[in-house]
Design a protein around this ligand. Sequence first.
Ligand code: NAP
Length: 331
Amino acid sequence: MNSAIILNSRPIGKPASNDFKFVEEQIPVPDDREILLKALYVSVDPYLRGRMSDAKSYMPSFELAKPLQSAIIAEVTDSNHSGYKIGDIVSGNLDWKEYQVSTGEGLQIIHTAEIYLSAYLGILGMTGIAAYLGLTLIGAPQPGETMVVSGAAGAVGSIAGQIGKIMGCHVIGITGSDQKAKLLKSKFHFDEAINYKNTVDLTRAIKTACPNGVDIYFDNVGGKISDAVLNNINKNARVPLCGAISMYNETSQLMGPYVQPLLIAKSALMQGFIVSDFSDKLPDAKKQLFSWLRSGKLTYHETIINGFEKIPEAFLGLFEGKNEGKMIVKV
Ligand SMILES: NC(=O)c1ccc[n+]([C@@H]2O[C@H](COP(=O)([O-])OP(=O)(O)OC[C@H]3O[C@@H](n4cnc5c(N)ncnc54)[C@H](OP(=O)(O)O)[C@@H]3O)[C@@H](O)[C@H]2O)c1
């Protein structure tokens, strides 16, 4: 039998395990010009929270009683398609199913024996690319500048900070535990790390860690953490808005500080982006990340949870900071 995970209910506030439902079905048989795929690695990502709601956004909402989807690495186990053979490994935006058929549309064959497959969901996937393009195109780092990253020990943040170091910046990470703060310095070579959960005055802690002020703030979390960083920005600062996970489960309109006077006074740039804005730059971004990875300039970390049945739990764990680096489920 085949297992699938469908959207059982639209979460109100923080998603819970009963928003997901497991269903059993027959393993499908590929038709003409179709392939059968077996899921190997499943990416869980904060943006899926938005797709679970029915609010309009840049990606369509998941439908109730239909499978959720995310980036998945899968193996071709049967093929009636001339472009794919049994044993090929592909990546694509696929249903949360152990087995599924596909026409091959939107899939990419992964040809490599050098890099762990799961890396194609993280450093060589959407999160690594978001870090690279958001930082280089909007953050525009210059040697000697000070850069702060929030969500720093996560998939995007850990790569953004390392790229900041490659570009010659002084890099400070904000994260949610002492263990993660340690990881930022020992594995990713951040200059300083701040645990926001045990820091009483974050504005002051950032000021102390950034004596020359903040030139770039790579924002993965939004909310109060970002308010504290913005209190420390320099003239001509750049603020790539990558994510706002601290606000994704809010049910009411949050009232934060109004940032316009600050941005004017500092001649600062704040720009939101989604990876697909830069679709023409994706191949070059992947090439650069791959090259830094191979040369050892970049490294990455993963939290791998075993078992298809753990996908909802892994997803829910993102909102509790249970991951270090990219959260991935190995089926
Ligand atoms: N713009 C784009 O194209 C793009 C692409 C990929 C991701 N994103 C966004 O980038 C951000 C990071 O994504 P990711 O995939 O790398 O996830 P991630 O950082 O690997 O995982 C989420 C992390 O967010 C932190 N977090 C959870 N709740 C929080 C809260 N209330 N306040 C502060 N931090 C909280 C947790 O770390 P702590 O232990 O540190 O709290 C958690 O480990 C997300 O906001 C995501 O939506 C955007």
